[in-house]
Design a binder for this molecule. Structure first.
Ligand SMILES: [Zn+2]
Length: 237
């Protein structure tokens, strides 16, 4: 009896010294759910047929990422994989085969809280032509510069693909991946999802314009002006 009371007292003392466990667990579950919702949103927009594409969200010193080889309908918060930025995974599933560029982007670009990778039809069509999206429309500046670059092809999941993507993302928040798809990054998942939609819309408009003729490009000084206006607008939001 005394032993039991001592054990109870020790447990209470240990609990008192620790943060309440419910709160972090709830916060954790919310970020898992948000990641599943973002992955499904990409799928629902037709950006990720079947099991293509993946999404990550910064969490503490590491990040959360969608699992590999799972249908979006079947994916739940418990299937999300926690990873450190050096690539150690924790979870009942294996991480997306593209975890490397998610980790490398989140490590190199502290301003990003979320990274989305998708194979939307129009952005992917341009990527298969190896074409960047030039300043044919002022909204190209939404990705952070006067164009949206296309990273050279490398095998999915490889270090080379990650290197190429990081280079194409220099001073940008989105890029195309040759013969593959696109990456969109943001401060959070909503931000990244909005940009992914914008890049796909621009890719569609650019392809339509190319089909009808030769699009007229905006001069560099006009794009610089739009970029400044976007920065002011972002700061006032
Ligand atoms: Zn892919």
């Amino acid at each position: 009896m005394a032993g039991l009371r001592r054990a109870e007292a020790a447990a209470t003392a240990a609990q008192a010294g620790r943060p309440r466990p419910e709160r972090p667990r709830l916060a954790h579950a919310a970020s898992h759910r948000a990641l599943v919702a973002a992955a499904r949103a990409l799928h629902d927009r037709g950006f990720n047929p079947r099991r293509a594409g993946n999404a990550s969200l910064r969490a503490g010193r590491g990040f959360l990422i969608t699992p590999t080889g799972m249908d979006y309908d079947a994916m739940g918060p418990a299937d999300i994989v926690a990873m450190s930025l050096d690539g150690t995974a924790r979870g009942r599933r294996a991480p997306s085969s593209e975890w490397r560029f998610h980790a490398d982007i989140l490590r190199a670009r502290p301003e990003f809280g979320a990274v989305l990778h998708a194979h939307p039809p129009h952005a992917t069509a341009l990527a298969c032509l190896g074409k960047p999206i030039p300043a044919f429309h002022y909204m190209v500046a939404a990705a952070g510069g006067a164009d949206i670059r296309c990273a050279p092809y490398a095998t999915f999941g490889s270090r080379a693909l990650s290197r190429n993507a990081l280079k194409a993302l220099a001073d940008r928040r989105a890029c195309l991946l040759a013969n593959h798809g696109m990456i969109a990054c943001g401060a959070d998942l909503d931000d990244a999802l909005g940009l992914a939609e914008e890049v796909e819309a621009l890719a569609r408009q650019y392809l339509l314009a190319l089909a009808a003729g030769r699009p007229r490009l905006l001069p560099a000084r006009e794009m610089a002006k739009v970029l400044r206006l976007f920065e002011d607008y972002g700061a006032r939001r």
